[in-house]
Ligand binder design. Structure first.
Ligand code: NAD
Length: 350
């Protein structure tokens, strides 16, 4: 039997969840609740039942799973109350605005013995999966450095994301996705962390950040989110011991240059105004192989399939609370590093 889901917060992401739940082979939608009457009206227009209060969802014995898709400041209260009412819970990212809030949410889940997970849906992104596949296959040897960037040009969206009290800013918005992905790509303890926030368009919250991570083995990562770029840098750039991979932007193929011969016989120098350079000259076709890989496809419905299987005790939940906690602790360290203006020797609980 399909699991019955209610969505709290019917904005951009809440309506996306409602559609996912309606079109899934394992879930059906009971309805939504939103504090804004216009969002209730929008749901009803889409043929969706609108509960008149959150309490009505809590007391509806038909509801198996509650999805929390409100602004970030409201997550903790909704999640804890839903768990205390004996519901399973899916919460949007960032799960909370602090580690201490998250720990309270986890305690409530433990007490209730119910499933609690987070919608880290960018684990299904083709660009991330393409880089992950190259690492997993060993095709380019060992990872040396990964750079992951998202660049926009419109500043922070003009909603609650501009205000601190609602959990605004780009560290909490995109940072949580990109850091989550990076910790999967480099599954090692972090040794050192340095982060600078940007405030180009907003003084109150960050409109971007530049994070550098050094891992135990010396592998390095850069995670950058920026919202003021009219020309963008690539989505992913990865240096490995046997080659380099590059994904220039969303939905672009992955370009690979695999090294065939390390020592070249001859290098054709590049002429610049100030003289020639061989060191920085591109390689010739004899010593490397260039090819492109299409992005892997994925099915985001697998998120709810896993949630339902985990509720039934048939699978482990894919988005684990220990992983979510580690990302949150890195977000907190990002703010601390920016405040101190220095790198942090990070105590990784991994
Ligand atoms: P939004 O402003 O479009 O929608 C939020 C809705 O929640 C609004 O309609 C608001 O009225 C409602 N709301 C606020 N407090 C409420 C409460 N206490 N009870 C009921 N309804 C309440 O915002 P959004 O872009 O949909 O973001 C919602 C959440 O989803 C955020 O946590 C955000 O970070 C996350 N999000 C995730 C992704 C993703 O890819 N996983 C993408 C976008 C947003």
């Amino acid at each position: 039997m399909k699991k019955r889901v209610a969505v709290v917060g019917y904005g951009g992401m809440g309506s996306w969840h409602a559609e996912q739940v309606r079109s899934s082979d394992v879930t059906e939608l009971c309805g939504i609740y939103d504090i804004k009457p216009e969002r209730t009206a929008a749901a009803e227009q889409a043929g969706i039942y609108a509960y008149s209060s959150f309490e009505d969802i809590l007391s509806d014995g038909n509801v198996d799973i509650i999805v929390c898709a409100t602004s970030n400041d409201a997550h903790k209260d909704i999640v804890v109350r839903a768990l205390e009412a004996g519901k399973n819970v899916v919460c949007e990212k960032p799960v909370s605005m602090s580690l201490s809030d998250f720990d309270e949410m986890c305690d409530a889940a433990k007490k209730a013995g119910k499933l609690f997970t987070v919608h880290q849906n960018r684990r299904w992104d083709g660009e991330f999966l393409a880089i992950k596949n190259i690492i997993d296959s060993g095709e380019l040897g060992e990872t040396i450095n990964i750079e992951s960037r998202v660049h926009g040009s419109r500043g922070i969206p003009g909603d609650w994301r501009q205000l601190k009290k609602y959990g605004g800013g780009m560290v909490l918005d995109w940072g949580v996705h990109l850091i989550d992905q990076m910790l999967i790509l480099i599954p090692e303890k972090i040794k050192k962390l340095y982060c600078e926030l940007t405030h180009i368009t907003n003084a109150e919250v960050d409109d971007g950040f530049h994070l550098m991570l050094t891992f135990e083995s010396g592998k390095r990562a850069t995670v950058e989110v920026s919202t003021y770029n009219f020309i963008t840098l690539p989505r992913f750039y990865m240096q490995c011991t046997e080659g380099t991979a590059l994904i220039e932007g969303w939905n672009k193929n992955c370009k690979v240059s695999k090294m065939e011969i390390w020592k070249e016989k001859e290098v054709t120098p590049v002429k610049t105004a100030a003289g020639i350079t061989k060191t920085m000259a591109p390689r010739d076709a004899l010593s490397i192989v260039n090819y492109e890989k299409e992005l892997p496809t994925s099915d985001v419905h697998d998120f709810y399939r896993n949630v339902v299987a985990a509720v039934d005790g048939k699978e482990e939940q894919l988005i684990k609370l220990s992983e979510v906690r580690r990302v949150l602790s890195i977000l907190e360290a990002c703010f601390e590093s920016d405040r101190l203006g220095q790198s942090i020797l990070y105590r990784d609980g991994l």
